[in-house]
Design a protein around this ligand. Sequence first.
Ligand code: IPM
Ligand code: MG
Length: 352
Amino acid sequence: MPERHYRLCLLPGDGIGPEVIAAAVGVLEAAAQRFGFAIQTAAYPVGGAGLQAAGDPLPPATLEAALAADAVLLGAVGAPEFDCEPPARKPETGLLRLRQALGAFANLRPIRHVPGVGSVPLKDELAAGVDFIIVRELTGGIYFGRPRGFDPDRRAGFNTMRYEIAEIERVARVAFALAASRRGKLASVDKANVLETSQLWRETVNRLAGEYAGVALEHLYIDNAAMQILLRPRDFDVIVTGNLFGDILSDEAAVLAGSLGLLPSASLGGPVGLYEPVHGSAPALAGQDVANPIGAILSSAMLLRHSCREPQAAAAIEQAVDRALAEGLRTRDLGAPAIGCRALAAAVAARL
Ligand code: IPM
Ligand code: MG
């Protein structure tokens, strides 16, 4: 058994989740062989699969396994048959509980345009060279604030957006440090012209800026940010924002990368890192071997970098992905001629 040995908790979830996780594990195994470490995997149900297996979108055994692992790799959650379930029994609730239980408050979502990926509905010269990371606060804000619920007669629903200074500080520090290690630019996105949470957000980020002299900070309102990332996408290096704004901006930014199916993410800050593609469960594509595995494969590269401290293997996977895409290998979300999920993953593994 190699000295470097990592225990990975796999949570394939619903829809295309199991296919993209199988694809990513194949690439991880190839990377392990080439770089001389070992991975040991065990899969547990989450989301709709958790409801089916154990009547809970985050079964206790799944959470226990996640907390005991070196890292967690998740596919996707969400299944139409559970759409009408009450909030506590929605697949998505399982994912939110998992993020919170893992203390994964900083969600890194890199947005990169890979040369050769041409299905962008924007002008090629707009997307070329785009390379930024969204740091989304993941365990607070309106996703978790209380009170929340419905009035007893269900004539109204309500949610609470709440941020404590400590929650803002810890995610802002991750973003400042990341910007300092990259091109030294941080954009903080809020709605400080309207929301108190955003006023506190902006004050707090400004206060920390003094500690990061090498980082140039700008503030944008969320509505303007949504426009600026399409008008001048290459200007952005690191973007830090709250939970809801980050959710929306990252799907929008996917258009710059070429497809939502390409985007990976890492959720950090707690004892165990959580890695998941940004895309959803895409039930309509499930079971047909047409899903794009790149988001999951790049998530596994982030897993190797952040949780296993295997930066060389991580970079090798990223380069192998770039090479496969540059050679024109693609799934159908990126245009024709397309190959399947399994074939694209095998092509990436062969290029390691
Ligand atoms: C995401 C997803 C999730 C979110 C859903 C599935 C709960 O959209 O990871 O971006 O809103 O955080
Ligand atoms: Mg989302």
